[in-house]
Design a protein around this ligand. Structure first.
Ligand SMILES: CC(C)(COP(=O)(O)OP(=O)(O)OC[C@H]1O[C@@H](n2cnc3c(N)ncnc32)[C@H](O)[C@@H]1OP(=O)(O)O)[C@@H](O)C(=O)NCCC(=O)NCCS
Length: 176
């Protein structure tokens, strides 16, 4: 099996990004706040602009996991630019395609994200929200040292249900 490479998203990869984004919304609807039914109608220029922002924007970054040049997973982060809040990063869009799971790809993606955040020098904490029904995701985050900081009651609608979400966080540095 060929190796996985983890690379920052590039502007020209908007089609690949669109493909994996729609796949993750369709395949794991309880895991993400976007919905396939809304986003599948978005025009190409929406995806081009979004990927341009993610690939070149300040305060955010998206990484793709590629096998033989094809995306099999992704993870991203953003942080506030305002001085009082910019030390906290929010991790988003953590996803690995079903047929490539349990091979350590999400761990590689998350470690890349965390190393990138640490490299910025001013990030003290990473946080995320997760639907606890995504047991593999909770296990992944706990394995990486995230702890539960709180519960948001009925945070997201999934069909006829209203699911709680957990807030999880991890301290990255002790810079002053
Ligand atoms: C969560 C997800 C990203 C994990 O991807 P993955 O590439 O299979 O995960 P990895 O192989 O890197 O596993 C890393 C760690 O996660 C945990 N984990 C992953 N899959 C697991 C499973 N099926 N059962 C238990 N723990 C699991 C383990 O702790 C594992 O570490 P270990 O193998 O050293 O024990 C993937 O299952 C997924 O995309 N799920 C649907 C979308 C989702 O829930 N995203 C999170 C949104 S907040």
């Amino acid at each position: 099996m060929s190796a996985i490479s983890i690379e920052p998203l590039r502007i020209e990869q908007w089609r690949e990004y669109k493909h994996i984004r729609l796949q993750m919304l369709q395949e794991s609807p309880a895991a993400f706040s976007g919905s396939y039914e809304e986003e599948c109608w978005y025009a190409d220029d929406y995806w081009q602009n979004l990927v341009k922002r993610y690939a070149t924007g300040i305060g955010n970054r998206t990484f793709m996991a590629l096998r033989d040049g094809k995306p099999v997973g992704m993870a991203g982060y953003f942080h506030e630019l305002r001085y009082k809040l910019r030390h906290v990063a929010t991790i988003v869009s953590v996803y690995v395609q079903p047929d490539t799971r349990k091979q350590g790809i999400a761990r590689q993606l998350m470690e890349t994200v965390l190393a990138d955040l640490t490299g910025l020098g001013y990030i003290r904490k990473a946080k995320l929200t997760v639907n606890p029904c995504q047991k593999e995701a909770v296990a992944l985050y706990e394995r990486l040292g995230f702890t539960r900081a709180g519960v948001l009651k009925e945070e997201m609608r999934v069909g006829d249900r209203f699911d709680d979400h957990w807030i999880m966080e991890k301290q990255l540095t002790t810079v002053s």
